[in-house]
Design a protein around this ligand. Sequence first.
Ligand SMILES: Nc1nc2c(ncn2[C@@H]2O[C@H](COP(=O)(O)OP(=O)(O)O)[C@@H](O)[C@H]2O)c(=O)[nH]1
Ligand SMILES: [Mg+2]
Length: 199
Amino acid sequence: MANPQYQKATFLLSASQLSQLPADMGIEIAFVGRSNAGKSSVLNQLTQNKKLARVSKTPGRTQHINIFVLDAKRRLVDLPGYGYAKVSAEVKAAWQKTLEQYLRERKCLKGLILVMDIRHPLTEFDRHMLEWATDSGLTVHVLLNKSDKLKFGAMKKTELEVNAYIRELPNTVTCQVFSALKGDGTQALRELLDAWYKL
Ligand SMILES: Nc1nc2c(ncn2[C@@H]2O[C@H](COP(=O)(O)OP(=O)(O)O)[C@@H](O)[C@H]2O)c(=O)[nH]1
Ligand SMILES: [Mg+2]
């Protein structure tokens, strides 16, 4: 099967429960990260569609699992952003549970793209996510997003530090810098996704 055409991604549905998801077949690649790290912006840059994933200036708006279809067998998934949301502890706990359940139970989940703000990498939650994912044998690619916010030296320093951290983990974790604003790193991300999506 040919590589997916990311610009052809279309919104399928927004699920608050796993039962609302499409059949657990084909391949899904899920995007996860602290709210405001730029997850929606990364998806928009990847698909060259500014309207695809609503870019919110209000942290914590994405409380659902949003599914985007690339073709009959391949989907992109925008997972609920974690942290910071100005919602009740109850609502937070409910969507944390859905997120965990998705990560644990979804058989078609091929890998995770973990989006971090390069200025605040490896938050406690990021570390938990990496630990949990590697323990579960799930492949993770870290995007150090908003690289345009740092000067070259600071960017490289962070990249080295994050790579040093990752080197201690199982080799199912990789990392790259990215700028959803400028598009830097888009080609590398596409090539990685192409490899994951190979049927
Ligand atoms: N400078 C810069 N800003 C970004 C970048 N990616 C996202 N943003 C901004 O960060 C904020 C949060 O982005 P959003 O995509 O909604 O984050 P999400 O909550 O993780 O989905 C918005 O104001 C975006 O414009 C980037 O690469 N560079
Ligand atoms: Mg978002």
